[in-house]
Structures are given as C-alpha cells and as structure tokens.
Design a protein around this ligand. Sequence first.
Ligand SMILES: [Fe+2]
Length: 351
Amino acid sequence: MIEKVKTEDLKVGMYVMLGQSWLRHSFMKPNFRITSEKQIKKIIHDGIKEVKVDTSKSEVIEERDLFRDVLGPRDEDTGQIPTQAPPPDSQTGTEIPPPEAGEFNPIDLISEELHQTIQNTSIPPQTKAKEVYDHSIRMMTNVLNDPRADNILSSKKMVYEIVDHILTDDDTAECMALITSHDYYTYTHSVNVGMLSVLLAKSVFEGSYDHNMQEMGAGFFLHDLGKCDIPHDLINKPGKLTANEWGLMRNHPQKGNTILVDTDQLTKECGLIIMQHHEREDGSGYPFGLSKDEIHPYARICSIADVYDALTSTRAYRKKVPTYKALNIMKEEMVGHFNRELFESFILMFK
Ligand SMILES: [Fe+2]
C-alpha cells in the first residue's frame, strides 16, 4: 500500500519514494528503505515536505518496542518512577520455564559433562562451541531457578572453566559470537551476554595480568541473577508496564547483588557488573545514573553485550533485528550510551 507521509513523520525502516527529479534531492536512488536518522535529516534538508511510502516494503521497528527492555520507562508510560522497588502485583512464578522431563541434569553432572567436552581435543571448534553453549544454558537454567549458595558456587566454577577455555582456544572462541540463541529467556540471555562479554574482555584486556578474568566472567554470566524472581509474564509483557512493574524490573541489579551477599559469593568483579550493567555513559541509566568514568570498564563491557543481545533476540512484543541492524541502531540511535572504544572493539568481533 502506498501512503503519503510528511517528512517530519518519517521513521527508520520506511520504504520511501521521493518522487522528485534526482536534481532536487541528494540521494543516488529516489526509492529506498531508510536505514538511519541521518537520511531523514537529509530529506528534510533537501526541502522535501512530503513523500510516498510503500508500506509493503517498509520494516519499521517502533522505537518504544525496540528500546523498552534496554532503556527503561518513559514518563508517559509510567508517571513517577518509584525510587524504592515496590512488591510485584502478582508473583506467579519465575520467568524460567521448567526443564523438559529427561533433560534435567543436576549441576554437578552438567559440570562434569562440560569438563569432558572441553578436554576432548577431537571435537571440531564449531561443535565444541555449540556444546559448551548448550551446557552453559543448562547451568544457568539451574542457577536461576534455584539461586542457592551451592548452585551459585558450582556455576561459578563452570564459568571459570569456560573462561579459561575461551582465553586459550582461539578457534572455539571465534565460533562463540555466532552461536548465540535468539529466543529470549533470562537463561539464554545470561549465557549470550556472558559469552559475548568474555570475548570482548579478551580482546580488550589481552596480554594484561591486571584482571581476574574468571571472576569477571562469573559476573558477566550472573549479571541478571536478580531477575530470578521476576515472573516470566512480566519480562515478556507486551504493551506498557505500570510504574510498579518498572520498579520491579529496575530493582534487579540490587536484587542480584543481595543474593550474592546472602550466599557469600560476592566479589568485586561480580558486584560491579551486576550493579552497573544498566548504567549509561551519558548518565541516562539506572540504578544510580552514573556517567563516563564513574562506570567501571567491566560493567561498560557488559552493557554493550546486554543491549546487543536484547536487540537481536525475539521478544513477545517485537521481532529480533539482525546483527548489522542491531550494531547500527546502537551506533546511530543510542549515541552516548556506550564507551566508544569498547563499542568499536565489539563491532570488530563480528567482522
Ligand atoms: Fe539486566
């Protein structure tokens, strides 16, 4: 269907037909899909007031839907945001679905299987990366379902082994950025962010002995531990969240930190990553609105992987976006949210 749209109402993803002589606009082709805000500014700059849009060729992603889980609420969504997280309206169970019968493995068994997989030199890198990934999913399912001290400790030991493997086996590590799952559950998200963050930390801190990479890895995998009590229906709720619901969502950094304190598993690395992974360079994040150097580099790394994975995973209220588009959105539309050098290193992981 062809619709007339005023240029000030154009959105990224719309397929526009400028309908003007090429002498009157600064684009190579008159018909194209808008891929950035810059192109919209250019159309306005060219003095074009209205264009035709082919909706059948358009692929508009509503900004609200796209950024809901990575930016947080807007004033019109919620009114006042409470500083103290209120209790949930209804606690109907956690977001993590129960494992299928026959697929459940106690965490020590998973740990042993992971160890065997990593030690097996006859497994090709791509297969090994997939198997390590699958074991990690089962590990995170267990720990998020039941975040008691011995489960957290066992999962940390597994992460230490995964981190060592990523650091020492470049071939398997190379495959890992490409095998992340795109179905969103907290446990798949935790593993995706864990692996992507370790890969980014590896590229950034390579050759340095100043960092405890194992404990940093544990922080990456456990960054959303505090979501363990948030109902699945809320995490995937389509439409607006209430102020209470936003309060609950925004409380997960503190909740995760509290769980690690209570289970005696808190370390400097885990604490920084869990508490600061939703902070943004320009001060627009939460829970403290920290900016720039106030945010620790470990948390800055995690925030990049966190947003990337949220964008590239299918959610109940929106479709996933492909890698190139996610990176482009982060670069063009989330200006000022991420540390520039770290983001550039992250992009290089996908080349
Ligand atoms: Fe989070």
